[in-house]
Design a protein around this ligand. Structure first.
Ligand code: CP3
Length: 344
């Protein structure tokens, strides 16, 4: 008999008294073992493209906290890098890219073979999958086209969302052309991750918040519909999780998509609303404010308990409402895991 991970079984409709657990940004600077390895690896990009080291970093939090899933260690900006847009991660400043100027750049991207450049990532997936026991799942991921496009257009984290919205209105061919290429490349990228051993994939739309509805539909919901349907068609049975951050009640639009199996909820979303409006349609994942894990203790446990109680009778995955920050004490993460396992 093949054993399946708790994480995978949730997508088959199983309800656990103690739900499977993983965390966004579970690998990273809050872990001393990550910092130590990172110092030896050189740049962040070098680390992402070194399968032995990236696989080790992927496994670190799973080992330390006995989590139910590993998430591939990579970054959403590897796609722009593979498209030929110059990328650097500057210490204490974050990512920097050469800002995108013209429609010609977008046209050039069409012919780029991203899978060749990203081959080491698939090797990381395969290595990690081989190292994980059958009761642990491996999650692959990519950025959603809109979120990746914001970094590509702004040349880094966007400072003023209005500038990008204005560009969409003034140069619709440029922005929609970019989103379109990104959607196509993302489909290829995620299918290659699945073929290398990923058990599920997640799409991060971190910057979906604050868009007027028709724009949100055009730049976020539609492209994610296209990507998730393509994955379902090509690789049926592999769960697709969407994380549209900060979209409030528009989360139902994502939950209704044919290719969507799970929706990640952010810390600002009312969990009661999510239970009522999403919980019967898809697997809900996450919600807990990551900043509560910094002080930890009772307030963290009480907040975690709200999610456990509300979602006790539907398939649910315990997670955060966004990633851990570098200030998070690892002891508090261990205590959170213990609390969920004990009280679920
Ligand atoms: O553990 C995991 O969750 C897997 C690895 C992962 C990273 N980035 C590693 C990383 C994942 C899933 C991401 C996604 C990502 N990257 C998103 C979407 C989710 C989110 O957090 O909103 C975004 C917007 C990015 C872009 C990005 N990468 C930024 C803005 C930064 C700089 C900010 C920061 O935290 O340093 C990164 C760098 C990055 N990606 C680090 C890590 C561990 C830190 C790099 C370092 O070691 O210095």
């Amino acid at each position: 008999m093949t054993t399946s991970s708790k994480f995978k079984r949730v997508f088959e409709g199983e309800v656990f008294s103690s739900p499977p657990i993983w965390f966004m940004r579970q690998a990273g600077r809050y872990l001393p073992e990550y910092r130590e390895l990172r110092a030896k690896a050189g740049s962040f990009l070098d680390l992402c493209f070194d399968p032995a080291l990236a696989s080790e970093v992927t496994l670190q939090p799973v080992r330390r906290f006995d989590l139910d899933a590993a998430i591939l260690f990579a970054d959403i900006l590897l796609i722009p890098h593979a498209l030929g847009q110059n990328l650097a991660f500057v210490e204490n400043e974050g990512p920097k890219l050469d800002p995108l100027i013209t429609l010609e750049d977008v046209k050039r991207f069409r012919d780029q073979d991203v899978l060749g450049t990203l081959a080491p990532v698939f090797e990381t997936v395969a290595k990690t999958k081989a190292a994980l026991s059958d009761d642990k799942a491996l999650i692959g991921f990519a950025g959603a086209p809109w979120t990746v496009a914001t970094y590509m257009m702004a040349g880094g984290p966007m400072k003023d969302p209005g500038v990008l919205r204005q560009r969409l209105y003034e140069e619709p061919d440029f922005v929609t052309g970019l989103i379109d290429v990104l959607a196509d490349k993302t489909i290829d990228y995620l299918i290659a991750q699945i073929d290398a051993g990923a058990d599920a994939v997640q799409l991060f739309d971190t910057w979906a918040s604050g868009l007027p509805w028709p724009v949100l539909d055009a730049v976020s919901v539609r492209p994610l519909d296209r990507i998730s349907r393509a994955i379902k068609k090509e690789r049926p049975g592999v769960p697709v999780i969407l994380f549209p951050k900060g979209v409030g009640e528009k989360a139902t639009e994502y939950a209704l998509l044919q290719g969507c199996d799970g929706v990640g909820i952010d810390y600002a979303m009312d969990p009661g609303w999510a239970r009522g409006n999403l919980g019967e349609r898809v697997v809900v994942q996450g919600g807990l404010d990551p900043l509560l894990v910094i002080p930890g203790g009772k307030p963290m446990e009480e907040a975690a308990d709200v999610y456990l109680k509300l979602f006790h009778d539907v398939p649910y995955i315990f997670n955060l409402g966004h990633g851990f920050t570098p200030q998070t004490p690892p002891e508090n993460v261990a205590r959170l895991v213990e609390f969920v396992r004990r009280n679920g």
